[in-house]
Design a protein around this ligand. Structure first.
Ligand code: FMN
Length: 193
């Protein structure tokens, strides 16, 4: 009987030290800022660049992630898209209808919001997502991919749409990044205090 009790006790000690060791590792990973926060990643990506960055961020947190999908798909033809629909939506400030996402923003503290730069701002489906949800008291962290123009005023544009939120410093990268992107991403995440 004593022996069995001893074995159970040793098993308990080993298991709990493993659990605590793992917790410690998680906490140290991104510092205090992200600790005990519910994190969601939401992104729009037409050709996959923003999706690549979204997946890299997801790897860091193992959190929920979802894409934004417009109800009416954009045309495959680049000219028709860029100089037709996308330009018209930008000029007329149209927020195109999007499909319902699988997660409810209200259940999260931090929402990473990813967008490609489209006509000097975020892509219109991201505008729809930000204006349709309640961001009061939420932290929004943007990540932006672009074709050479940089981040423009996307941070401020997001601030105006995600009312009541705190919009923090975005991660900005050309197309889908390169061999330095993982390191840059890691450093960016460490900056949040
Ligand atoms: C309609 C459209 C408009 C764009 N406008 C810009 C722009 O104003 N500035 C810029 O640097 N890149 C622009 N780009 C390039 C994209 O921002 C870039 O390729 C981005 O990484 C694409 O992301 P995705 O693969 O996630 O869709 C535009 C691309 C498209 C399709």
């Amino acid at each position: 009987m004593k022996k069995i009790l001893l074995i159970i006790l040793s098993l308990f000690i080993v298991t709990s030290s493993l659990v605590f060791a793992n917790q410690d590792k998680e906490q140290k990973k991104e510092g205090d800022f992200f600790m005990n926060k519910k994190i969601l990643i939401v992104y729009y990506s037409l050709s996959g660049n923003t999706k690549t960055i979204a997946q890299k961020i997801q790897k860091q947190f193992n959190c929920d992630i979802t894409s934004i999908e417009p109800q009416t798909p954009y045309p495959d033809d680049y000219n028709e898209l860029a100089y037709g629909v996308a330009k018209m939506q930008k000029e007329k400030n149209i927020h195109p209808p999007i499909k319902k996402i699988d997660f409810d923003v209200k259940n999260y503290n931090i929402i990473f919001v990813g967008t490609p730069a489209w006509w000097y701002t975020m892509a219109p489906p991201v505008m729809t997502f930000l204006s349709q949800n309640d961001f009061e008291g939420k932290t929004v962290i943007p990540f932006i991919t672009h074709g050479g123009g940089g981040k423009y005023n996307i941070e401020d544009d997001m601030r105006k749409l995600a009312k009541g939120s705190k919009v923090l410093t975005p991660f900005v990268v050309y197309e889908k990044g390169d061999e330095n992107t993982d390191k840059a991403l890691e450093l960016w995440l460490k900056e949040f205090k």
